[in-house]
Ligand binder design. Structure first.
Ligand SMILES: *Cc1c(COP(=O)(O)O)cnc(C)c1O
Length: 392
């Protein structure tokens, strides 16, 4: 007989997925109802309001795309970019590179503005690029670069984009729910996120939000959006309020129950509290990691609390350490991505996983494992530093 799959209970402290709150898993197992059932439609309306809260926006077009964060990214580009357009892409890590791919596949030109991996995007470089390319229509960058743990000043970047009559597309996959993000106040035109990072929901959905200016551009396109599934002109008929819901695709019903529950949890905690929680556990983790002799990739002022990238000490076997953590402690931390592969570990403190017990577990397990692979242990000093940061 073929048997069912029973995954182990891991502690997920990598770049996502993060630990899912049991309340979310429970919500997901509730009975499936029809996606045009009036009660489901009511839940979808509520979900829009909850997403508006999470994004801090009044944008009418605020919905979850029925696919992971990468599809949210693609939704922004295929709808806002037309063949022949010029898009300024600011890149400071892996995900900016994917933006370039998207722009080019839309038949547009990507003008790359490069910053060092591990640093924020430099607003002055964006300003210079916009002056050199008055034909640009759009600016794109990542708020929280998960490959390095660097944050970028969204408000300043959007202001510069608007000053040059461009719309701003922002990747908030890792920032939503973890660090300050204010879509309306900061002037973001199009934003996408994911469910499996700081929302601590199951993977597979991508919350997105579009400003009135972005919607106007989408409505006035000269060419059809090349993707039928992601064409917001069609999706708006499904998610649009007031309109009678037209069938577009079958919503991932139970996955939406899960996102609804995740957003209820966030609303009840309060956004500011969630941001503060990520910052405070980050401070304790930082104290422990530094006591272990691990150095952060990103300078303190540009560092994300929810993604801690640290340099792997010389002579330490990356895969061996992560393997021991996973097999002996059920603890997952992330490997380096792109040019940082083999050079850094990425320790996530996202959503439900961002807790004191996890921080303590991670510091003590790393201390023991580093000792086991031949690096010197700290004889409890790392744990003491972590506890001291908590005030214990
Ligand atoms: C994880 C991530 C994505 C991709 O999201 P998926 O859900 O894996 O498709 C995009 N951008 C950033 C910054 C991410 O961290």
């Amino acid at each position: 007989m073929t048997s069912s799959f029973h995954p182990p209970q891991r502690t997920l402290m990598g770049p996502g997925p993060s630990d899912v709150n049991p309340r979310i898993l429970e919500a997901m197992s509730r009975p499936t109802i029809g996606h045009l059932d009036p009660l489901f439609v009511q839940m979808m309306d509520e979900m829009k309001e909850l997403l508006q809260y999470a994004f801090q926006t009044q944008n009418e077009l605020t919905i979850p795309v029925s696919a992971p964060g990468s599809a949210g990214m693609e939704t922004c580009f295929v709808n806002l970019v037309e063949p022949g357009d010029t898009v300024i892409v600011c890149q400071n890590g892996v995900f900016g590179g994917r933006m370039k791919e998207n722009v080019e596949r839309c038949g547009a030109t990507a003008v790359m503005v490069e910053d060092e991996w591990g640093r924020a995007c430099d607003p002055q470089k964006l300003e210079d690029a916009l002056k050199a390319h008055p034909e640009a229509t759009t600016v794109a960058f990542v708020h929280a670069e998960t490959s390095t743990g660097a944050t970028t000043d969204v408000k300043t970047m959007c202001k510069i984009a608007h000053h040059h009559d461009c719309l701003a597309i922002v990747d908030a996959v890792t920032s939503l729910g973890g660090t300050e993000l204010r879509v309306d106040e900061w002037g973001v035109d199009a934003i996408y996120s994911g469910t499996q990072k700081c929302l601590s929901c199951t993977p597979g959905l991508s919350p997105v939000s579009f400003s009135a200016a972005a919607v106007e551009r989408i409505r006035n396109r000269k060419t059809r959006v090349q993707s039928w599934f992601l064409d917001l002109n069609l999706v708006m008929g499904y998610w649009g309020s007031g309109t009678k819901r037209a069938y577009h695709h079958t919503a991932p019903i139970n996955a939406l129950y899960a996102l609804h529950e995740a957003l209820v949890l966030l609303k009840n905690e309060g956004l500011e509290h969630a941001w503060a929680r990520h910052a405070s556990h980050h401070r304790a983790l930082k104290a422990g990691l530094e006591a272990l002799g691990l150095r952060f990739v990103v300078p303190e002022a540009e560092r994300l609390p929810q993604l801690n990238a640290v340099t792997i000490p010389d002579g330490v076997d990356d895969a061996a350490v992560r393997g021991l953590l996973l097999n002996d402690y059920n603890l997952e931390i992330g490997a380096g991505l792109g040019v940082m592969a083999g050079k850094v570990w990425r320790i996530g403190l996202m959503g439900y996983a961002c807790r004191k017990d996890n921080v303590l577990k991670c510091v003590s397990a790393l201390d023991e494992v580093l000792n086991r692979v031949g690096a010197s242990g700290t004889q409890g000093r790392a744990m003491a530093a972590t506890l001291a940061a908590y005030g214990d």
